[in-house]
Structure formats: structure tokens, C-alpha cells
Design a protein around this ligand. Structure first.
Ligand code: HH2
Length: 282
């Protein structure tokens, strides 16, 4: 008998992760490296959210600030102006759990009040106020690793042992969050593909997710359309689903539990096949 499948809890929702979950991305930004400017109109964004739900995503991740390499921070008011109306409308009209992609506690709090159930924090709950928001609300939390800051993180990142360093960071952040009232079962961890990592670091991590999973929490992998894929599949910035699906296959076979993706319909079909052809999920 293998281990029982892990549980992920986000407010009143609970997933038993006995198959790969798919988180569909909705970037309400003028400058994301994918879909830039496409969903700034809230009506168009809500339509896209509906589509992502129909295509079979388990979770919708809504973000209002690009964190691509070189991106500049967005003031909180502007971030909320972009995503607030979309979160409110999706929570009301679309049947899908909402994750908010933000590192600002103020935005996370407002998003939860508007109906979001997960906080996806690319800064890995480093802000004590963010830990409080998650602990007090019972929201799910994605704890992601990032080395440096988006503006400069891709300038020659260095690791002695990328897997050990990322794992140590995530374990430390997880321990700190739990010691301040975040429920263990509400957390998942993410190595943060492309966040202060050279292509070889991303590739090593993608093949080492089981090692990250040894922390004891499910692993979320966000390799979709990341530029490091262009080095293995020569399209602009890894655009087009082939490289992302290849990354999804490698990720799932090496321990990913949740995939954060742009191409939802294709990924959902793809992981259904992958999951049924895997000898075991553990
Ligand atoms: N990647 C991006 C944004 N948020 N969150 C998690 N947990 N993991 C990731 O890998 C991750 C993330 C960046 O990708 P994208 O949303 O496509 O681009 P942008 O930040 O330019 O909006």
C-alpha cells in the first residue's frame, strides 16, 4: 500500500490529490509575457474565466501584476482596479475556485473577501502580514521560491545546489507559516520556474520535484510558456503548447501534483492520459 493521497484545503474547499490538478491562468495585465493586454477589459476577462472553467480547470489563478523578468512593481490600487471587478464577477457567475496571484497582503485580503479561496504568493509568504491573512482566513496558500527580485532576478543567478537551496527555502517558509497559525493542509509548495533561475536550474528542478515533495506538501509546477522552454523547443518564448505539454509530462512523472498553465483544454486532456497511464501517483 502506498501513502494516502495528500489533501489540500482552501477555506470550504478540500481536494484529495489523487490525480493532477490543473490551475488555469488569467493575467489581467498589460505586460505579462503571455496574454499581455488581452484581458484588461473585465467582461473579456470573465468570459475567459468561464472558458477556463468549461475546459476543465480545477482552479482559476487571477493575477494583476506581471512578475516576468524585468517587470516593474504595480501599486496596490492599480492591481485591485484590474482584478477586483474580475474576482467579484467570477465568484458570482462562474463555478470555479479562485486563486489570487499576489504578494501584497492588502490585495490578498480584499480578494478573499471578494470570493478568492487561495493566495498564490510568489514571495513565499515572506511578509508576516501575508501569513496573518492566510492564517485568519483559512485560505489555501501557494508558497513559491524566488531568488532576488523580478527586476534583476535573471541576471546571472547562481546556486551551489539548486534543488537543496530551493527545498530548504520552501521548508523554512512552510515551517514559519505553520508556526504562525497557517494550517499545514492549506499549503502547497512551488519551486518557482524562471524566478531567479538559469535554464539549467529550471530543468534540474523539473526533474527533481519528488525531492521538493519530500518536504511533505503537494508540489505546484508553473513551467507553462516559460522562456526556459524555448531553449529546448525553439519557438518564441516557449509559446505554443508543445513545449509546455512536454514540461507538464516531465513534471507529473517526477512528482508534480498541480500544474499552473495557460493552455487549459489541452493540458486537462493531456494529464488525464498521463494520470491513467502512471503506475502510481505517489
Ligand atoms: N509564474 C508566474 C506568475 N505566478 N505563481 C506560481 N505559483 N508559480 C509560477 O511559476 C508563477 C506564478 C509568471 O508567469 P505568468 O503568469 O505567465 O506571467 P506574468 O508574471 O508575466 O503575468
Amino acid at each position: 500500500m502506498g501513502e494516502p493521497p495528500p489533501i489540500w484545503r482552501a477555506r470550504d474547499i478540500e481536494w484529495t490529490i489523487d490525480r493532477t490538478l490543473v490551475m488555469g491562468i488569467l493575467n489581467v495585465t498589460p505586460d505579462s509575457f503571455s496574454d499581455a493586454g488581452k484581458f484588461l477589459d473585465p467582461r473579456v476577462a470573465v468570459e475567459r474565466a468561464r472558458r477556463i472553467a468549461e475546459e476543465g480547470a480545477d482552479i482559476l489563478d487571477i493575477g494583476g501584476e506581471s512578475t516576468r523578468p524585468g517587470a516593474r512593481p504595480v501599486p496596490a490600487d492599480e492591481e485591485w482596479r484590474r482584478i477586483g471587478p474580475v474576482i467579484e464577477a467570477v465568484a458570482r457567475d462562474v463555478d470555479i475556485p479562485i486563486s489570487v496571484d499576489t504578494y501584497k497582503p492588502r490585495i490578498a485580503r480584499k480578494a478573499i473577501r471578494a470570493g478568492a479561496v487561495i493566495v498564490n504568493d510568489v514571495r513565499g509568504l515572506r511578509d508576516p502580514e501575508m501569513v496573518r491573512v492566510v492564517a485568519n482566513s483559512g485560505a489555501g496558500a501557494v508558497i513559491m521560491h524566488m531568488k532576488g527580485e523580478p527586476a534583476t532576478m535573471q541576471e546571472n543567478p547562481h546556486y551551489d545546489d539548486v534543488v537543496a537551496e530551493v527545498k530548504a527555502f520552501l521548508a523554512e517558509r512552510l515551517g514559519e507559516a505553520v508556526s504562525h497559525g497557517v494550517a499545514m493542509e492549506s499549503t502547497v509548495v512551488d519551486p518557482g520556474f524562471g524566478f531567479g533561475k538559469a535554464p539549467r536550474h529550471n530543468t534540474t528542478l523539473l526533474h527533481s520535484l519528488r525531492e521538493i515533495r519530500a518536504i511533505g506538501r503537494p508540489v505546484l509546477a508553473g513551467a507553462s510558456r516559460k522562456s526556459f522552454l524555448a531553449s529546448v523547443h525553439p519557438t518564441k518564448d516557449g509559446e505554443g503548447p508543445e513545449a509546455s505539454l512536454a514540461a507538464a509530462a516531465i513534471g507529473v512523472q517526477n512528482g508534480a501534483d498541480i500544474l499552473r498553465v495557460h493552455d487549459v483544454a489541452k493540458t486537462v486532456q493531456f494529464v488525464r492520459t498521463l494520470d491513467t497511464s502512471m503506475p502510481t501517483q505517489q
